[in-house]
Design a protein around this ligand. Structure first.
Ligand SMILES: [Zn+2]
Length: 135
């Protein structure tokens, strides 16, 4: 069975930009654009339900700091911070991780786009279901 590349810190040591006791900040080996970083928990968590809240907080804190560093370095026009959960959402490795991606005009990346532009407002029924779920 192949070793998880994010658990194999030895194999990634050349890409490590910052280490904390729980999180690594890595240069992405396969960046979408120059400056694409990853924030990876040291523990192997394959789902959000497995991810401890304190580690999720640490990941986001490090992602914000990484984004600020990218802003100081290259003054990108924008930055995306995101986490993909599930193959349909773009999760390519089981080990959950945050992406920090500097964005510029004509960088070749696309933002989320609605397929049906006529449906712009959230339906009241959806809001009602969400309120029940969050209550
Ligand atoms: Zn792993």
């Amino acid at each position: 069975m192949a070793k998880c590349p994010f658990c194999d810190v030895e194999g990634r040591s050349g890409l490590v930009l910052k280490e904390t006791p729980t999180v690594l900040v890595l240069a992405n080996l396969f960046p979408a654009v120059d400056g694409h970083l990853l924030v990876v928990p040291r523990g192997h968590f394959g789902s959000l339900a497995e991810l401890p809240p304190d580690i999720a907080s640490e990941m986001f804190k490090e992602a914000v700091e990484a984004a600020c560093t990218l802003e100081r370095m290259g003054h990108p026009a924008g930055i995306n911070i995101f986490l993909n959960v599930g193959r349909i959402a773009g999760q390519s490795l089981e080990h959950l991780h945050l992406h920090v991606v500097p964005r510029n005009e004509d960088d070749g990346l696309e933002n989320f786009k609605r397929k049906d532009p006529s449906r712009e407002r959230v339906p009241e029924s959806t809001v009602a279901l969400l309120k029940i779920a969050f209550s």
